[in-house]
Design a protein around this ligand. Structure first.
Ligand SMILES: O=C(O)[C@H](O)COP(=O)(O)O
Ligand SMILES: [Mn+2]
Ligand SMILES: [Mn+2]
Length: 533
């Protein structure tokens, strides 16, 4: 073992053995909430997850999955997959993109950085194009940050601005886009009064243009490219509430103003890479391109960015691989990067190809997931089961997307079907762990399917002007369950009761303990203790 390996060496846990295969299951969008008809997890038949709850409080508890517990600006911020999986994998709470951008805008440091200076070179003779999600959801971007950026560029010599908006109905209520567009139009009108030619240039729904992820469907990015870069869109209007198409040409600057990585990597590649074969770009303008953040630390993509991303280093995945833990990670395309890229601190690729295997099951594309709510849950369950039974791996890690992906469609009946499918996949994995004498840890990254209605302050469903309930398509602020068990779990292991505010970042140390190691000292504390039995 070389000196670098020595730095990675984890101390042996004084009480817990090594060598037990561990299944780490993340149910995406699976929070804990009161049981009513809008709680699809409650409505669905979920015997496996229900049976785990009976282990409370020793082997089942809740953990925080939103707000400051996962590095978001405030406790009013719902959790999301990026921050959730970052926390799960890294075992520490990092100030996340949303917060870092807030700080950089507040202090003005954003304008002193290399990224801003780079795009600023285009201000005198070119157009600045801003591309991103227009909402106040706070998951991928925030309208108030865009507004501050517009103000900032207007004070720093920009002459022409074109905003390419992606509308949201996923992190915010369906139909709320009109209000965000009006706000933006007002701001742009004010800039025009100051002599800056500022307009909305193109628009489209986020799931239809640009914001695909993990290469599920490059057509989504192509449709965005056609409108934003080539200026060719199927519908042309004069203004956004009326939309004027403005192509991106040589000499222009482009900023993708989303801070979250997964749904920006594909467009970043298309804007940045000279060699690119994912679709025919027709033209590849010579532009100055910067991301709000650098989206992929391993690929260094994009090379220019306005705000430095959180430095999520020394993740549990990297430690465990250095300590010989053979790791299998699997999900279907739409969540594959969650248990690999996000888990590993927004880093693509393997730490050690000899010890790791990442399996991606192709997702259905071109449909909304309420049409096939079972998604690939059983296929993920089967792959995990086979990996467990093969005895080739020490950690088998999966993400089951159903509660989240179907929850986002707002289709309550389909979400119930989705939750049942996820529960069945959990059973397959737990059964395999039973067979090999292993351990399981089942948790979730944030809430979604457990509450599908917008509520007033008292918690009752909020009614709109026509007296109808408003379906909630977004994530929630709810805590998520975590359960441990399996024949390999040492008899005296139980959840401690002195970490009541525990959150997702406490899970990594817990998993390291279950592998027989003590977590590094700066990790958030473990959730478990071992009592003599
Ligand atoms: O990108 C998305 O699908 C949503 O905005 C957030 O969902 P996720 O955080 O569960 O991926
Ligand atoms: Mn998620
Ligand atoms: Mn989601």
């Amino acid at each position: 073992m070389g000196s670098t390996d020595a730095e990675w060496k984890l101390a042996d846990h004084p009480k817990l053995p090594k060598g037990k295969p561990i299944a780490v299951v993340v149910l995406d969008g699976w929070g804990e909430a009161n049981a009513d008809q809008y709680n699809c997890i409650h409505t669905a038949e979920t015997p496996t997850m229900d049976s785990l709850k009976k282990g409370a409080p020793e082997r089942w508890r809740l953990v925080k999955a939103h707000g400051t517990a996962v590095g978001l600006p405030s406790d009013d911020d719902m959790g999301n997959s990026e921050v959730g999986h970052n926390a799960l994998g890294a075992g520490r709470i990092f100030a996340q993109g949303a917060k870092l951008v807030d700080l950089a805008l507040e202090s003005g440091k954003i304008y002193d950085g290399e990224g801003f200076k780079y795009i600023q070179e285009s201000f005198a003779n070119g157009t600045l194009h801003l591309i991103g999600l227009l909402s106040d959801g706070g998951v991928h971007s925030r309208l108030d940050q865009l507004q501050l950026l517009l103000k900032g560029v207007s004070e720093r010599g920009v002459k022409r601005v074109r905003v390419h908006i992606l509308t949201d109905g996923r992190d915010v209520l369906d139909g709320s886009s009109v209000g965000f567009v009006e706000t933006l139009e007002n701001d742009l009108a004010k800039l025009r009064e100051k002599g800056i030619d500022a307009r909305i240039a193109s628009g489209g729904g986020r799931m239809h243009v640009t914001m695909d992820r993990y290469e599920n469907d490059w057509n989504v990015v192509k449709r965005g490219w056609d409108a934003q870069v080539l200026g060719e869109a199927p519908y042309k209007f004069k203004s956004a509430l009326e939309a004027a198409v403005g192509p991106i040409v040589d000499g222009d600057a482009v900023v993708t103003f989303n801070f979250r990585a997964d749904r920006m990597v594909m467009i970043a590649k298309s804007l940045e890479y000279e060699n690119f074969d994912k679709f025919d770009r027709v033209r590849f303008p010579k532009i100055r391109y910067a991301g709000m953040l650098q989206y992929d630390g391993e690929l260094k993509l994009p090379s220019h960015y306005l705000v430095s991303p959180p430095e999520i280093d020394r993740t549990s995945g990297e430690y465990l691989v250095h300590n010989g833990i053979r790791t299998f990670a699997c999900s279907e395309t739409v969540k594959f990067g969650h248990v690999t890229f996000f888990w590993n601190g927004n880093r693509s690729g393997y730490f050690n190809q000899q010890l790791e295997e990442y399996v991606e099951i192709p997702s259905d594309s071109g449909i909304t997931f309420n049409e096939k709510p079972k998604m690939k849950a059983l296929e993920i369950g089967e792959k995990a089961r086979d990996a467990i039974l093969s005895r080739k791996f020490d950690q088998i890690r999966v993400n089951l997307p159903n509660g989240d992906m179907v929850g986002h469609t707002g289709d309550i009946e389909a979400t119930v079907v989705a939750c049942k499918a996820a529960d069945e996949a959990v059973k397959m994995i737990l059964d395999a762990i039973e067979q090999v004498g292993g351990i399981y840890l089942v948790t979730a990254d944030h809430g979604n399917a457990e509450d599908m209605v917008k509520r007033d302050k008292s918690g009752k469903p909020a009614l709109d002007k026509e007296g109808k309930i408003q379906v909630l398509t977004s994530h929630t602020l709810q805590p998520v369950p975590i359960a441990i068990g399996g024949p390999g779990l040492a008899p005296g292991v139980r959840f401690r009761n002195d970490v009541p505010t525990g959150g997702l970042a406490n899970v990594a140390a817990t998993v390291m303990n279950l592998h027989g190691f003590v977590a590094p000292g700066d990790y958030e504390t473990t959730l478990i203790e071992v009592v003599d039995k």
